[in-house]
Design a protein around this ligand. Sequence first.
Ligand code: AMP
Length: 210
Amino acid sequence: MDLILLGAPGAGKGTQSSLLAERLGMEKIATGDILRDAVRRGTELGLEAKAFMDAGELVPDAVIFGLVKSALETPAAEAGAIFDGFPRNVPQAQKLEEILDEMGRTLGAVVVIDVPEEVLVRRMSGRRTDPETGNVYHVEHNPAPAEIAGRLVQRDDDREETVRHRLQVYRAATEPLIEFYESAEVPVYHVRGDRSIDLVRDEIVSLVGR
Ligand code: AMP
């Protein structure tokens, strides 16, 4: 069974998908993480994606489909995948259906993490990543251990102006997926994401846990 985490940038999809993957023995597939890694390594994919990412725009669908397919074909994803940051629009959702069908997999549920917009902007501007582990922290709400604090970095696209644009892209392109999945009769669960990380995780596990 595969799961999708939906929610605006900064809603906590990255944090929750890591925790859930561990708790449920599933593989996290985060297209944003895969792209950032490609940018860091300077691969062809990274060069193609960087300008879109820096502008807070979506990377072209054709680029994303290749990534998702290869991620799903790894042995780690056999038991189930948790998608974070994918699908991002209706064509991506349709393509995902096609890929899952071909592979004989099923989409078990969609979890939407709801967070008020002013909280999102505050969260993203304080967000910091550990480049060595990919773990995500927040300067106030989830500070990193002192011994690694010095190596944390801020994502280029977490500047306030870009954050606001990413929120617009989310509302226009991604939010319609909630209705898409409701009419496809996939179970869609809403959880309030402006609470502690543990509470949000426990609620998601109780909704989708096996
Ligand atoms: P994220 O880490 O999910 O917020 O993604 C960061 C950036 O990577 C986005 O603003 C997009 O530019 C790009 N990106 C990540 N996932 C996708 C996707 N599924 N489709 C298109 N662009 C994506």
